[in-house]
Design a protein around this ligand. Structure first.
Ligand code: FPP
Length: 223
């Protein structure tokens, strides 16, 4: 039996959750943030060192402007309201993706949150304006600049270079694809696709996923 140190989640299904209740999509995203908050409060007792969440992909800019605005505003609110709790609970915030090109007030807010949580002993990594192919291309370019391109030098330049190896990747809402998320890092990760819509995903669902992970035999290509 092994335990998962690094768990990543593609949080999918906010829109369907809202549609099923005849509510605006924005309410689905709000409830999605509540699900995030609830999980982050429980990662320590579950023995998770790092939780990586796909909050906004580089392809999400294609959504209508008002939905993009809603998601950015939720991010602002989330950082503002939850930062004191992260600091108090030893949660280190990390951002992956091309987040420096987001609105300048968000960049400022994130830089401040990163600095204030740097001493935390477990990590919440949030993927913002993230695309895995873009991340790999950036890392390969940096590896080329130092004159040595191989799997070690590329991995050393990925946004995730200071995170533990990815153990478990979960996607909610019944969709079975990776959508440009952690393609390199998922090389040996276990994957779990669950039907639950993201706003309904609770710490009990995460615990059930960890229990399934513990039953799997990982061979890393050996036998
Ligand atoms: C997918 O649901 C979800 C997203 C595109 C965004 C995920 C964002 C959050 C949960 C909130 C922001 C996160 C943080 C950390 C503050 P969808 O809209 O694609 O759902 P659908 O497929 O049912 O339409």
């Amino acid at each position: 039996m092994s335990s998962a140190r690094h768990v990543a989640i593609i949080m999918d299904g906010n829109g369907r959750w809202a549609r099923q209740r005849a509510l605006p999509r924005a309410v689905g995203h709000q409830r999605g943030v509540e699900a995030v908050r609830n999980l982050v409060r429980n990662i320590e007792p579950m023995g998770i060192d790092c939780l990586t969440l796909y909050a906004f992909s580089s392809e999400n800019w294609k959504r209508p402007d008002d939905e993009v605005d809603d998601l950015m505003n939720l991010m602002r609110k989330f950082i503002r309201s939850d930062l004191p709790e992260f600091i108090a609970n030893g949660v280190r915030l990390k951002i992956i993706g091309d987040w420096q090109s987001l609105a300048s007030d968000i960049v400022q807010m994130l830089e401040d949150a990163l600095a204030q949580t740097a001493g935390g002993n477990r990590t919440l990594a949030v993927a913002l304006n993230y695309g895995s192919q873009q991340e790999i291309a950036r890392a390969a370019a940096k590896a080329a600049a130092i004159g040595e391109v191989n799997e070690k030098t590329i991995a050393a330049h990925l946004d995730t270079n200071d995170l533990p190896p990815l153990d478990l990747l979960i996607r909610t809402s019944g969709e079975v694809r990776l959508s440009n998320f952690l393609l390199w890092q998922a090389a040996y990760a276990e994957m779990l696709f669950v039907e639950t819509l993201w706003p309904d995903f609770t710490p009990a669902h995460l615990q059930a996923a960890l229990d399934q992970f513990a039953q799997r035999e990982r061979r890393y290509g050996g036998r």
